[in-house]
Ligand binder design. Sequence first.
Ligand code: UDP
Length: 458
Amino acid sequence: MERELKASEIHILVLPYPVQGHLNPMLQFSKRLALKGLRVMLLAAMSISESIPDQAGSVKIQRICDGFDGDGKVDSLVYHERFSVVVPQSLREVVARQNCSNCPFNFLVYDSTLPWALDVAHRLGLDAAPFFTQSAVVSALYYHVHRGTLKMPVEGPTVTVPSMPLLAVSDLPSFIHHMDAYPSILRLVVDQFSNIHDANWTFINTFEQLENEVLSWMRSQWPVKTVGPIIPSMYLDKRLEDDRDYGLSLFKPNLDACQTWLDQKQAASVVYVSFGSLASLGEEQMEEISQGLKRSNAHFIWVVRESEQQKLPTNLVEETTDKGLVVNWCNQLQVLAHQAVGCFLTHCGWNSTLEALSLGVPMAAMPQWTDQTTNSKFIADVWKVGLRVKRDESGIVRGEEIALCIREIMEGERGNEIRKNAHRWKELAKEAVDEGGSSNKNIEEFVAELAEVEGDAS
Ligand code: UDP
């Protein structure tokens, strides 16, 4: 007899690629599924497992072999290649082990940069769906390259793509507009779409209102469920009590220092500066940022990862003790949510972009590579929640330009407009994930469909 499964009978396996910008949204999505009553297990590669707990909220974390003895450099292509050779076997073992228990897995959610996981899952008798940690626009652009509807090399100066505003070639992801610089990464991002038509579901960390035109177009190509913005609940809908942190930090945050320091500053008087977990800036650029921050006259918190610290201009810390705080890593959400922060000088990583949008913090967009160039175009010209800093002919953003941009946001006419827009997006972001919102509905629909399908199968 047919029956629907209860939510607690559904067991989801989640496979993220182990870099911070992928772990955060995929763990957060896992928590959202757990909130609906599902059991969820997230797989963590051995190379990052030292920094992670066994459990994050109600999500169980299981360590798996990634082909390294805990010392894989997760942001390298060599690591990605080895991961893709070793982890399919780890995945088979985890699924087989669980099959012998009374709660086998029903479904695999995998990082879209690991398209082989769909075939592995199907061979194991599991259905599966990719999770995209980049924007819908960026996903669509890579898909066009995959299909050949965006011909490489792209001829400039502008390019017309269905359901998108006119884009300058330099607005495209760097892997497309500098295709010779990163041929292997270009292949990797385009390969996300190699078997997209075999997937019955796809999840994407964005929300309907933010990218509705391109999402409508995308839905004409394959089934898409928007589930974002995926950030800890206490910063948005507050339905997941105590969920204030992603819970899987690969870096050690300097928690109290930032909070105490910010508590002493006036509202909207601080610039928060971060280039995320991967980008690496040159020494000259670091010098220009220091100059820009000093010239802006604003207070600042600057995240400089330990591996980047040696590039900091000497004396910066001593010269700016009353003005600035340099930390190795922080709880970014906690900082962005603080009323003292009035501007985010950002690399425009997709998570950082969604976090700033969800918290209504105006952005000074300083993209470095990958999808950040495209995100910055939308931040400045489409959502109008920030300004883009300009590079000079040598590709460096000068201190003067940085200071100008910060001042325009924090004190200028355009700053008022930007704050108004930021406030509107904050409301829309909350609406999307709250009860009755588009992203929340999509998650509920997925759970209901899964209960039906799996119930029929059992
Ligand atoms: N982040 C953080 N502390 C920091 C800097 C970044 O917690 O000091 C988090 C940030 O909240 C975001 C993630 O790290 O969730 C970075 O992801 P993003 O997509 O913005 O950039 P990536 O690191 O992938 O370039």
